[in-house]
Design a protein around this ligand. Structure first.
Ligand code: AMP
Length: 111
């Protein structure tokens, strides 16, 4: 059984894609909590930040930096959040970073 984000990564479930390469995908969150609310995932299934190999995390960092440059928010700023496990409020067990931007974020991120 594929998880929700594996299905999105393989286009079995449609998503509003912002940017992708061979390893990573950025798409719009279906239930935005900020003016811009995107999700960034590795295409391969990794349960959470706890399980991510450091090399893949390094590649993911490069992908996110390319994305923020493309979006033009490198200077104006943004917030990156990853929820881990039950107490972290993680609902989808596939590593993802929330990228929140497009406004001055004063509130604490919480869904
Ligand atoms: P988390 O609570 O950190 O696991 O975040 C899961 C996120 O996935 C939530 O912000 C949801 O709104 C989002 N989400 C769930 N299903 C979809 C979907 N089909 N397309 C886009 N975003 C989704």
């Amino acid at each position: 059984m594929m998880c929700l984000f594996c299905k999105i990564a393989s286009a079995q479930i449609p998503s509003d894609i912002v940017m992708q390469d061979d390893g990573f995908l950025c798409f719009k969150d279906i239930n935005p909590v900020a003016k811009t609310h995107l999700l960034i995932i590795p295409k391969q299934h990794i349960e959470s930040f706890e399980a991510v190999p450091s090399g893949l995390m390094a590649d993911m960092t490069i992908f996110i930096q390319q994305l923020t440059r493309k979006l033009g928010i490198s200077k104006s700023g943004y917030r990156l959040v990853t929820n881990i496990g039950d107490d972290g409020g993680q609902e989808v067990a596939h590593l993802h970073f929330h990228l929140l931007s497009g406004e001055k974020l004063t509130h604490i991120y919480k869904r």
